[in-house]
Design a protein around this ligand. Structure first.
Ligand SMILES: [Zn+2]
Length: 141
């Protein structure tokens, strides 16, 4: 299934519609079977697609890939910075974060590691502020 945001040129109404495939959309459009929910006009056009996850394998089809790579490179720099300035504690992140918070454990560097969304939420409820950043793998291009 694919979701398109459709736009009615007649009444300027936007609405979402689901299609089995993009080909089905083209077919229905050609047959004038797509009409506006509001005014019934068939002057419908496809507007921006609903956001979806970028698939690396289809990079060439993705007009956003340049921007995506720029951001990804920035994230790589960020990651490098963190690696140099923070200690990696891996899965032990929530424990370490608590021990710093509750036991005043002194560390030369900040820490970073893995935590699930639930763990991050728990920490924040305990007054431990963490920052979540998107993490990129070095071996990806
Ligand atoms: Zn309309």
């Amino acid at each position: 299934m694919i979701k398109y945001k459709l736009f009615c040129k007649n009444c300027s109404q936007y609405f979402d519609s689901w299609f089995a495939t993009s080909k089905e959309y083209e077919k229905l459009k050609k047959l004038k079977l797509i009409n506006c929910l509001k005014c019934d006009s068939i002057k419908i056009e496809k507007s921006i697609m609903a956001p979806s996850i970028i698939n690396n394998k289809n990079k060439n089809n993705n007009s956003n890939s340049k921007k995506y790579l720029e951001i990804k490179n920035k994230l790589k720099e960020y990651k490098k910075f963190i690696k140099n300035n923070f200690d990696y504690v891996g899965d032990n992140f929530t424990n370490e974060a608590r021990s710093i918070h509750y036991n005043n454990k002194k560390r030369k560097k900040g820490i970073y590691g893995k935590a699930s969304a639930d763990e991050v939420k728990e920490l924040s409820e305990e007054g431990i502020e963490t920052e979540t950043i998107p993490w990129v793998n070095d071996n990806e291009n």
